[in-house]
Ligand binder design. Structure first.
Ligand SMILES: [Mg+2]
Length: 227
C-alpha cells in the first residue's frame, strides 16, 4: 500500500470520542421539549452539522406534538450542555499515534469536520497533538456549500492541501461522513463502532476496528476490505 498524498481526518468519533457526549447533549436538549431520542435517531445525527442535526431534531419534536421555536431555540438549550460535556472527550485508541506518525513522515493532514470552528477549538484544547493538523475545514467554513454527506468538506480539505482527493485516505466513523468522503473520491477508512452500526455506509471502503491498525509508510497492513 503506497503512502497517501494526504490523510483527511474526521474529528468526532474518529480522533476524539465525542459521539456519546454529542448524543447525550441532543438527548437532554430534546427531552426539554418532551421528545426522547432513541438509538436509531441518535445514529442519524452522527457526523452531521449542528444546524442540520437541529433541523432533524425539530422534525422529531414536532412529530411528537412538541413545540420548539426553531433551530436557534433548540441550540440555545443544547449549547451549554454540550460545552460542559465535550472537553471531557478522550482520544480514540491510536489517534494520537497515527497523527504523530503522519507528521513524522511528512504526510500532509487536514481535519475534515462537520463541527464548527469554535466547537473544534474547545474540544481540541486539552489535546495539543491535534495542533499538528493545521489545515482544517469546519462545518461553518465559508468555503463550504453543503455539509456531510455532501462531498464538499473532503474536496475543500484536499484542495487546501493541493492534492487530488482520489489520492487521499479519508478516515470516518459515521455513515454521513463516509458517504461524503467516498463521493469526494477518497479511499475511505471506516472506524467500526457499535453505536454507528453498519448501515448506510458506502461500498468499497476499508473497515478498521481501531486506528492502531493503520500502517502508513510501511508495507505491513492489516486492513480488510469487506466494505
Ligand atoms: Mg465522526
Amino acid at each position: 500500500m503506497p503512502t497517501p498524498a494526504a490523510c483527511l481526518f474526521d474529528l468526532d468519533g474518529l480522533l476524539l470520542d465525542t459521539e456519546p457526549l454529542h448524543a447525550r447533549a441532543w438527548q437532554e436538549a430534546a427531552s426539554r421539549f418532551g421528545t426522547n431520542l432513541g438509538p436509531t435517531q441518535l445514529r442519524q445525527l452522527r457526523g452531521r452539522r449542528r444546524l442540520d442535526c437541529a433541523e432533524q431534531v425539530l422534525q422529531w419534536i414536532a412529530a411528537d406534538g412538541g413545540r420548539c421555536d426553531g433551530a436557534e431555540a433548540l441550540l440555545a438549550v443544547r449549547q451549554p450542555i454540550a460545552e460542559q460535556l465535550l472537553p471531557l472527550a478522550r482520544p480514540l485508541p491510536g489517534a494520537e499515534q497515527l497523527v504523530r506518525r503522519c507528521h513524522d513522515l511528512g504526510v500532509p493532514m487536514a481535519l475534515a469536520t462537520s463541527s464548527a470552528k469554535a466547537a473544534v477549538e474547545r474540544k481540541a484544547a486539552p489535546h495539543p497533538w491535534l495542533g499538528l493538523i493545521s489545515t482544517r475545514v469546519h462545518g461553518d467554513d465559508p468555503g463550504l456549500r453543503a455539509g456531510k454527506p455532501a462531498p464538499d468538506v473532503f474536496q475543500v480539505a484536499a484542495e487546501r492541501l493541493g492534492v487530488d482527493p482520489a489520492n487521499c485516505w479519508a478516515f470516518e466513523d459515521s455513515p454521513a461522513g463516509a458517504q461524503a468522503a467516498a463521493a469526494a473520491g477518497c479511499l475511505v477508512h471506516i472506524l467500526r463502532s457499535e453505536a454507528a452500526g453498519a448501515e448506510g455506509f458506502p461500498e468499497g471502503a476499508l473497515w478498521i476496528d481501531s486506528l492502531q491498525e493503520v500502517r502508513i509508510g510501511s508495507l505491513e497492513k492489516s486492513l480488510s476490505r469487506d466494505g
